[in-house]
Ligand binder design. Structure first.
Ligand code: SAH
Ligand code: SF4
Ligand code: F3S
Length: 499
């Protein structure tokens, strides 16, 4: 992965940093001005530490979960860097932050495992600060466990006060006590915070937060709160600033992007937002996730069809092919209506790539329900699919449903489904062999010297001969050989077929 280790802040935020640098008391707002004040204060504390130890303090951020968390981590890293810490890839840092996920039970167990090993590292560096945040921290039981058994954790905060990180960090740097600050919900959307992007040339952009759908298996609405859309002008301003900073690909992020705009006054929809995003100079590719099938409009299909920048790839989680289970899951569509939607999409955008999420072993799932899922998968022919074993999340309606499926049955079905989606995916993904595609080069190839790695608009990985100078550029590449889910290729003299 290409590391740029530079932080991006907007001109407005830079101004705020200057404005607050001489202030003695923090501004009484809940916005970015207040956070700018605390970044300045953190910087003084970090400098003092640096003088004391003779070296710049380091941080290490580990992100679990989805793109939403990835984007949040970029913001947390941005603040840590402005506060004067330097980034390290090693877990042996002065500040270690875990941005957690709780969508499935095993994610939680893995976190405690890592925390255990961290305590060994901390023995070598007793002033190490350990920070936990993210979705898992919104669960009361987990907070209790940390309070009781993980006293060496320095700071805990949740998803609703992430925008106050600079302030919490400041408190944490000044104290040896464990600080736990988790709130249950907020309407605040704080704009303008800095970020350190993983890739200089592509970026996620939050267009909304939270979720209102309450699928019966899912914990996300409980830990991320109610759905809130960002103002379109703020989103577009961010995309323009990213483009000016060298970003060519944006991924618009939300748990259900198709319901974007609900609750805003100006009649804005996701389709209209995409049309506006398309107009931003410098942006060459637009992706988005996740699309809930129940809210996917004809307007969106039309915009995708006519767009020169929106990539022909749609992640359209189906979860199950059984209409009976879909009702129990509270998904608001049936197998038939989903298949009909796929037909409309493919009629409008013939070479569209489709990917999906599938859950196996939802309570009450019978062999017949499962066969419906297999049937749907065969009919849609997904390019790729994420398959998950149902995980019981305490507090969700499905956790107390009858007919919990045994581990053995769930695993057996999972293996059958996985084989099916992989066979289909491999076949589908090979359909571009011999064609020329535009490829956004993301990195040097780690395995093969003299090769770079990039992605086609359909989100397929391609390795081809090239050097560092190509990273961040879009090249026309002939896909000479398909290897299942990736290709090898060579730079082509002719123009690519797609954007
Ligand atoms: N908002 C997105 C999904 C976010 S969670 C959507 O609705 O499509 C990502 C995926 O995790 C889901 O699509 C689902 O397949 C899976 N998932 C969520 N809760 C789960 C659970 N309790 N057990 C297993 N998989 C789950
Ligand atoms: Fe979870 Fe459903 Fe919301 Fe997706 S739409 S985050 S699966 S509740
Ligand atoms: Fe996990 Fe939270 Fe995303 S629970 S999947 S990190 S929204």
């Amino acid at each position: 992965m290409q590391m740029n280790h530079t932080v991006y802040e907007s001109e407005e935020f830079r101004q705020m940093l200057r404005e607050t640098s001489a202030m003695k008391e923090p501004p009484v707002t809940d916005g970015s001005l207040r956070q700018a004040f605390f970044i300045n204060r953190c910087r003084q504390l970090v400098l003092e530490k640096e003088k004391e130890t003779g070296r710049q303090p380091t941080f290490h951020v580990v992100t679990f979960g989805c793109q939403m968390n990835e984007r949040d981590s970029e913001k947390l890293r941005g603040i840590l860097m402005l506060a004067g810490f330097s980034r390290t890839e090693k877990e042996e840092a002065d500040l270690v932050l875990y941005n957690t996920c709780t969508v499935r039970e095993n994610a939680n167990e893995r976190l405690y495992g890592r925390l255990g090993s961290l305590s060994t590292l901390r023995k070598k560096n007793p002033s190490m600060k350990i920070v936990l945040c993210g979705c898992m921290m919104q669960e009361k039981d987990e907070i209790e466990r940390i309070r009781q058994k993980y006293r060496y954790v320095s700071l805990v905060f949740g998803t609703h006060n992430l925008h106050r990180f600079a302030e919490l960090l400041c408190a944490c740097l000044m104290s040896d006590e464990q600080i736990i600050d988790v709130v249950d919900g907020t309407d605040a959307i704080v704009e303008n915070l800095p970020a350190e992007r993983t890739y200089p040339f592509k970026s996620g952009v939050n267009i909304m937060f939270g979720c209102n759908n309450f699928c019966t298996y899912c914990i996300v609405p409980y830990v991320r709160g109610r759905e809130k859309s960002r103002e379109p002008r703020e989103i577009l301003r961010e995309i323009e600033a990213l483009a000016a900073d060298g970003v060519v690909e944006v991924m618009l992020l939300g748990q259900n992007v198709n319901s974007y705009g609900k609750g805003l006054d100006d009649g804005i929809t996701f389709a209209k937002l995409l049309e506006e995003a398309e107009k931003v100079d410098g942006i060459r590719r637009i992706r988005f996730m996740t699309s809930h099938p129940k809210d996917l409009s004809d307007g969106l299909i039309e915009v995708m069809k006519n767009s020169a920048k929106i990539c022909p790839h749609l992640h359209l989680p189906v979860q199950s092919g059984s209409s009976r289970l879909l009702r129990l899951m509270n998904r608001h569509y049936t197998k038939e209506s989903y298949l009909e939607l796929v037909e409309r999409l493919r009629a409008a955008i013939p070479d569209l790539s489709l990917s999906t999420d599938l859950i196996v072993g939802f309570p009450g799932e019978t062999e017949e329900d499962f066969l419906d899922t297999l049937d749907l998968v065969r009919r849609v022919e997904y390019d790729s699919a994420f398959t998950f074993l149902y995980s019981k999340r305490t507090g969700t309606p499905a956790a107390s449903m009858e007919g919990q499926v045994s581990d053995e049955t769930a695993h057996e079905r999972f293996d059958r489904l996985l084989k099916e989606v992989q066979d289909i995916g491999r076949r589908r993904s090979s359909r571009f062999e011999g064609t020329v595609q535009s490829v956004l080069v993301e990195d040097l190839n780690r395995q093969e010297k003299g090769f770079v790695t990039g992605r086609t608009p359909h989100n397929l990985v391609v390795h081809f001969p090239g050097d560092r100078s190509l990273i961040g550029t879009i090249c026309d590449v002939r896909l000479t050989k398909a290897h299942g889910f990736y290709y090898t290729g060579t730079i082509a003299p002719e123009r690519a077929e797609t954007v």
